[in-house]
Design a binder for this molecule. Sequence first.
Ligand SMILES: [Zn+2]
Length: 435
Amino acid sequence: MFSLSASAYEIDYQITVAEPLEQVNVKVCFKKHVPRALHNGAYRDMNSLNNTIGPDGKSLYVSDNKMRLSGVKPNQCISYQASLNGAKQRRRTTYRAGKDIVVNNNLWLWQPINIGNKDTVKLTFNLPKGYNVSTPWTATGKPNQFTLTTTPYDWDSRIAIGTFKVTPVNIAQQTIQVAILNSTEKRKLEYIDWIKQAASAVAGINGSYPVDNAQIIITPTGKKREAVPWGEVQRGGSVSAHFFVDSFRPIQEFKDDWTATHELSHMLVPFISRNELYLSEGIASYYQNVARGKAGMISVETAWDKLLAGFARGTSSRRMQKYWTGAAIYMMADRELRKRSNNKQSLGTVLDKFNNCCRPSTSSWSGQRLMNQFDELSSSKIFTTLYYKQQDKLAEEQAKRRFPDILPVLKEMGIDELKRDTSKQLSGAALDIVR
Ligand SMILES: [Zn+2]
């Protein structure tokens, strides 16, 4: 008899890594249903894959980024190895810091394309003594065991393996899971303080942190020109933030830097389709200043100065447009909501409602769907109106002025141009946005 439960996956991954973390040995056992193939994400490089072995002892047929499982039956296992020596790969997929390593999961994780809620896919890591693993997946409670989550198989994610401990940090009723590679204990405490400050600023937008158990990885990269030369949010498994840092710089430089608040603000919204990046970069760029202003990390005047400087860059630089176009739209929505409700509603209250109705979300949102949802939650047409106006601008052939018309909204708040008149006090309406 064919039934749904009979076709659910029950797959068990045993992942074994030995010092000095140069290779991952993976054994995959299929208890019930066997998928037709395993895939390594959207990754087009198979150079790291070695020694695939099927139940019959012969190697598996791998092509076109598919590890084919024809002939594998329920209750059988396969195995393979993946090299963690980045030199063979075309793209940078591993980062080492001392004995610790950060690895793109598509380097070693071959998984079914269509994992659903009925499926159980468990990953158990067998690590050298004293080592731990940081993953974006849900911990089962058993040591180093996780359940693979149902985000699309081609969303990027990373794990870190090393002699660190994953530190849970409480942020407004939620927890973030912080892994800090190759650092002294003193420095780790300083980094936790830095991340905690930024995450608390994000929670300060509406009183709660947007996701629970977000994976945070901090990787020292040697001497760089700034404290946080690179930060990034990934969505595979769940939401995670990755910070690559210059550990030689004083911690105050980290606290003065906007990157952490920017990346963690990305978590306020789910994955937005890549061709509407401005709606995702916009929320992070808006709140990197607004949230820091609200939290007192920068003064309200500085928050506005930075916001206006960003808008100015958005109007003049193609590269900056995607960040500040979105930020301008969210600013206008925030202002309009506050104006209509005498400050009872704001972008923050809408995001809070959104978090309750629609997160965690394991699918990609179009800009239109997100704006419709925000409208519904605010009983308004504010978001779609701004969105369609911007879509029209983007559609204009040879659009020279793609930046939203923010000056009228700024003028209402007593700001006459994209640079603040420092001889004037900020108006109450302008202060409401950032305090
Ligand atoms: Zn960003």
